[in-house]
Write a protein that binds this ligand. Structure first.
Ligand code: FES
Length: 158
């Protein structure tokens, strides 16, 4: 099976299952992103056709919601907390460092495909601000040094 064929199989199932439900576009987009990690451009014509929308309308919704990705995510996603408690504990400084260290902004992926960076608004770890999550692990009292150390370890094991 071709790579695009591999992608298309779950996409076609998701579209067929949800297309007749009211407000089907968002559930379809969520379903595809849950299945593939992002919404490949080549799926947009099929989504548009199934819902009787234009491709531009589907693109518009994908780009409106930052949650949706149109490129594959990195092997690891760094979720950096931007909410109040973390901001009060040096979150802005940490954010600048994280962007500089990874060489990307929010909603972007490093050139080597290892890391994506996403903002979150409270990880429920306010007592240990500033906080971040990578995979299932939540890190507290993150400093520029401890961030570098986590990323360096992950790069070594990648
Ligand atoms: S504000 Fe960052 S974990 Fe709650």
């Amino acid at each position: 099976m071709t790579e695009s064929g591999t992608k298309q199989a779950p996409v076609q199932e998701i579209i067929a299952e949800l297309k007749d439900k009211p407000g089907a576009l968002l559930p379809i987009l969520h379903g595809i992103q849950d299945a593939l990690g992002y919404i490949p451009a080549e799926t947009v014509p099929d989504i548009a056709k199934a819902l009787n929308l234009s491709r531009a309308e589907v693109h518009g919704v994908i780009s409106f919601y930052h949650y949706f990705r149109d490129t594959p995510p990195g092997k690891q996603t760094v979720y950096l907390c931007l909410a109040e408690s973390c901001q009060a504990m040096g979150g802005k400084h940490l954010e600048m460092h994280v962007k500089h260290r990874l060489g990307i902004g929010f909603h972007e992926t490093t050139a080597d495909g290892n890391f994506s960076l996403e903002p979150v608004y409270c990880l429920g770890n306010c007592a240990c601000s500033p906080a971040m999550q990578i995979g299932k692990d939540i890190y507290g009292r993150v400093s520029t040094d401890s961030f570098d150390s986590v990323i360096n370890d992950m790069e070594k094991s990648a």
